[in-house]
Write a protein that binds this ligand. Structure first.
Ligand SMILES: [Zn+2]
Length: 670
C-alpha cells in the first residue's frame, strides 16, 4: 500500500503538493522556446476596454488592507526543517507598478497587489491578524490571561513564523485556545507551530471546531484525492513562473505554503446552530454555516470588540461554487442565507468585519453594505441560473447569458477573483440537473479522442482546420481556437503546430481572466501543451497527523476505489481484521469484483484473520513499511490462508500522480 494517494487526498483540498516550487518554475521558464508570448492586439484592446469600465479609481481597499500594519513580513524566506523554502513573497516584485500590463486582467492585477499587503496587523484593541504568511490569515485575540489563535495557517513553519512576529511586538503569553473555523487544510495544518500536543492533553490549551470537523478535514477529498490533487496544480499554478505572464495570485491570497501539515484533534465541538462561549474571558458567539463554503464551518462574533469574523463565508471576492480542481458543488442558496443571517444578527453590532482570507472592512455602515452585497451576489447568481434553467437553458448557455448586475459589478468585493462566474453558473446547473443537458444526442456522446478524430476528419482534415484556426486566432477568437485546437490535439497529440496554436490561444484567455484560478488553469494548459506533462521529483510525503486521524472505515473505503474491478473478476476473499490497540474489528469482503467493508463484525469462516494495530496500518500508509514486511516482522499476525492478503494487494491500483489533462492519455488505463 502506498501512502502517495492518501497524501494526495489530504492535500487535494488545496492542492498542497510537496514539490520544489521555485526550482520547478525556473526550470520551466528556461524551456520556454514557444512562449510565454505577450498580449496580442485583441487582448490589449480587451484590457483597455476593462480599464474604462472597472471601478479602478476606488482605492478604499488599499487603505483597508494597509490599516493597522505594525510590521511587514517583506520578502523573508521561511525555511522548512529540510532546508527547503516553505514560503516567500519573493518573485512578486513585478506587481509594483500601478497600471496593469496587458498580460494581466486589470481587476486581477489590483487584487494581486492587495494580496501583497502582508505582516502583523492590529485590527483593533486585543485583535490582531497575520496576513501574507500563507494563502489564509491567522487571527489572534488577546484573552485575559493568554491568547486565542484562530486558524493556524497551512503548515507549522509559517504558523511559527507568524507567532514569532506577533511576539516581537506583544508580550510573551501562552496560547490558551486554538479555534479552527472550518475543515480545509489552510485553516488547521500549522497547528503544531502554535501549540504542543502535551499542552492540549494536559488541558492547558483547548481546541475548538465545528461539529464534523475531523471527519471532513481528513475525509472531504480522500476518495477522488489523486485527481483533485493533479487538477489543483491548474488551480493554484505552483509550476508557473511568478511573472506578469505567469502566476500573479490565487484569489484568496498569493499562493499556498509548502511546509509540514499537522492536525491536533479538537477538544471542544460547536454542535448547535448558535452557541456562546467565554474563552479566556472573551465572549465568542459561534454560528454554524455548514454546507456552504465547507461542510463544517462557523462564523464568529466577538461582542465586546464589535468584531465579526466571517471565516471564509465572506471574503473579498465571489467565491467558488465549484473549484477548478473539482469537488462536490456547493450550495449558493444556503450561502446567501448565512450571509443574510450574519447581516441581520451582527450587522448593527459590528464595527469591523474580518475574515480568514484577504483584508478587513471597517465601519458599521460599510460592514452592513459589504454583507448585503455578498448576500445579493450569491442570491442573484443562484436565482438567475435556476430561472434560466427552468426556461430550458443549459449550463454553457447560462454562463454566456448571466452577468452580475451593474450595481454589483461596481463593487470589487463580489468580483470573481477566486471562483469564476461562468464556471460557477455551470456549477449551479450541475448541482440541480447534473452533467446531462437533456438532449439524448449527448446521452452517449463519444469520448474526447473519438469525437476529436471524427470531427477533424469531417472538417476536412487537420491541415484545413489548422489554417482556419490560425485565421480565427488572428481575429482574436481565442475561445474557439482553444476549443477546436484542443480537438486537433486530441485527434493527434503529436501535431506540434496544433499544440502551439492551442497553447497560444489558452495563454491569451489566461491573460484576459479576472479569476486567478481560471488564469492559472489556462496558463498551465498552455505550459503542458508546449512542454508536455511536467515530471515532478519524488513522491508526495504524507502528513502523519492526518493519516492517524482518518477513520478506519474511510481507509477501507479508499482501498475499495483502488481495487481493479476487471482484474478482480471471479476472485473471492473474506478477511477478518482485528485492531488490538483501538479495539475495532471488521470484515473485508471481495466478491463480484467489489470490495466491501463491514464494521464491528467478524465473518464466521474467513479465508484469513489478520491481527494488527492501527499504528501498524498507519506505518504502512506512511510508507515506513509494506504489508509483506509487516507480516514478516510479526507486526501483522495471520491465521488461515495468508496468501489471500497478497492476492488482494495485487489487485490494487496505484494512481499516477501526473496524468495528462490537455492531451490524451498515452495508453489505456488499467
Ligand atoms: Zn481557506
Amino acid at each position: 500500500m502506498t501512502t502517495h494517494t492518501f497524501s494526495a487526498a489530504k492535500l487535494a483540498s488545496l492542492g498542497l503538493l510537496t514539490l520544489s516550487l521555485c526550482a520547478t518554475a525556473q526550470q520551466h521558464q528556461h524551456q520556454h522556446q514557444h512562449g510565454p508570448h505577450g498580449a496580442t492586439p485583441h487582448t490589449q484592446a480587451a484590457q483597455q476596454a476593462l480599464r474604462s469600465s472597472l471601478p479602478l479609481l476606488d482605492k478604499q481597499a488599499f487603505a483597508d488592507a494597509q490599516r493597522g500594519l505594525v510590521e511587514a513580513l517583506g520578502d523573508e524566506v521561511i525555511m522548512g526543517a529540510n532546508g527547503r523554502p516553505v514560503w516567500s513573497l519573493k518573485g512578486y516584485e513585478f506587481l509594483k507598478p500601478e497600471a496593469a500590463p496587458d498580460t494581466v486582467h486589470p481587476g486581477l492585477w489590483r487584487h494581486a497587489q492587495l494580496n501583497m499587503t502582508n505582516g502583523l496587523f492590529n485590527v483593533t484593541d486585543r485583535v490582531w491578524q497575520l496576513r501574507g504568511f500563507d494563502l489564509s490569515n491567522m487571527t489572534i485575540i488577546e484573552g485575559d490571561s493568554g491568547l486565542i489563535v484562530i486558524d493556524p495557517l497551512i503548515s507549522t513553519e509559517v504558523a511559527a513564523a507568524a507567532m514569532k512576529l506577533y511576539f516581537k511586538h506583544r508580550p510573551q503569553r501562552p496560547v490558551k485556545a486554538v479555534i479552527y473555523s472550518h475543515s480545509h487544510a489552510d485553516h488547521f495544518g500549522g497547528v503544531r507551530g502554535v501549540v504542543q500536543q502535551e499542552d492540549v492533553d494536559a488541558g492547558r490549551v483547548s481546541i475548538w471546531a465545528p461539529a464534523g470537523f475531523v471527519h471532513e478535514a481528513v475525509g472531504e477529498n480522500v476518495l477522488a484525492g489523486n485527481a483533485m490533487s493533479r487538477r489543483a496544480l491548474y488551480q493554484f499554478g505552483p509550476l508557473l513562473p511568478r511573472s506578469a505572464k505567469g502566476q500573479v495570485d490565487a484569489g484568496l491570497g498569493k499562493t499556498i505554503s509548502l511546509g509540514s501539515i499537522t492536525l491536533i484533534a479538537p477538544t471542544r465541538l460547536i454542535e448547535k446552530p448558535v452557541e456562546t462561549h467565554r474563552i479566556d474571558g472573551v465572549e465568542i458567539v459561534f454560528e454554524m454555516t455548514p454546507g456552504a463554503e465547507a461542510p463544517a464551518e462557523f462564523i464568529m462574533h466577538y461582542p465586546q470588540f464589535k468584531v465579526l469574523n466571517m471565516a471564509e463565508i465572506a471574503t473579498q471576492n465571489f467565491h467558488n461554487l465549484l473549484p477548478v480542481r473539482g469537488a462536490l458543488v456547493r450550495d449558493p442558496l444556503i450561502w446567501s442565507k448565512y450571509l443574510d443571517g450574519a447581516l441581520q444578527r451582527y450587522g448593527s453590532r459590528s464595527e469591523i468585519l474580518i475574515a480568514q482570507h484577504n483584508w478587513p472592512v471597517w465601519g458599521q455602515g460599510r460592514v452592513q453594505d459589504f454583507l448585503g452585497k455578498q448576500r445579493d451576489a450569491y442570491k442573484y447568481v443562484h436565482d438567475q441560473a435556476v430561472r434560466l434553467l427552468n426556461h430550458g437553458y443549459t449550463g454553457p448557455e447560462l454562463a454566456e447569458r448571466i452577468q452580475m448586475p451593474d450595481s454589483l459589478n461596481q463593487e470589487w468585493s463580489v468580483h470573481s477573483f477566486y471562483g469564476s462566474l461562468k464556471h460557477n453558473l455551470k456549477a449551479i446547473y450541475q448541482r440541480y440537473l447534473g452533467y446531462y443537458d437533456g438532449n439524448p444526442a449527448n446521452l452517449e456522446s463519444l469520448p474526447p479522442v473519438e469525437t476529436a478524430q471524427r470531427s477533424i476528419r469531417y472538417m476536412g482534415g487537420a491541415d484545413a482546420v489548422l489554417q482556419r484556426a490560425r485565421e480565427d486566432y488572428a481575429k482574436g477568437d481565442f475561445r474557439w481556437v482553444a476549443q477546436v485546437g484542443s480537438q486537433l490535439v486530441f485527434a493527434d497529440p503529436s501535431n506540434q503546430a496544433a499544440r502551439q496554436l492551442t497553447a497560444d490561444a489558452m495563454e491569451q484567455l489566461g491573460y484576459q481572466s479576472e479569476s486567478a484560478t481560471a488564469r492559472n488553469a489556462y496558463l498551465m494548459g498552455a505550459l503542458e501543451l508546449r512542454h508536455g506533462v511536467p515530471k515532478l521529483p519524488g513522491a508526495t510525503t504524507a502528513s502523519p497527523d492526518v493519516i492517524r486521524a482518518m477513520p478506519l472505515e474511510m481507509y477501507f473505503d479508499y482501498l475499495g476505489v483502488r481495487l481493479n474491478g476487471p482484474k478482480a473478476a471471479g476472485k473471492s476473499v473474506v478477511m477478518n481484521w482485528r485492531f488490538t490497540d483501538v479495539k475495532q474489528n471488521l470484515v473485508l469482503r471481495l466478491q463480484n469484483s467489489a470490495l466491501s467493508t463491514s464494521m464491528d463484525t467478524q465473518a464466521e469462516q474467513p479465508d484469513a484473520t489478520l491481527t494488527l494495530t492501527r499504528a501498524t496500518l498507519d506505518a504502512i500508509s506512511l510508507q515506513q513499511m509494506t504489508f509483506p514486511q509487516a507480516v514478516q516482522s510479526g507486526a501483522i499476525q495471520i491465521q488461515g490462508n495468508g496468501a489471500k492478503l497478497m492476492e488482494l494487494l495485487q489487485l490494487l491500483d496505484t494512481f499516477p500522480r501526473m496524468f495528462p489533462l490537455v492531451e490524451p492519455r498515452p495508453s489505456q488505463t488499467p
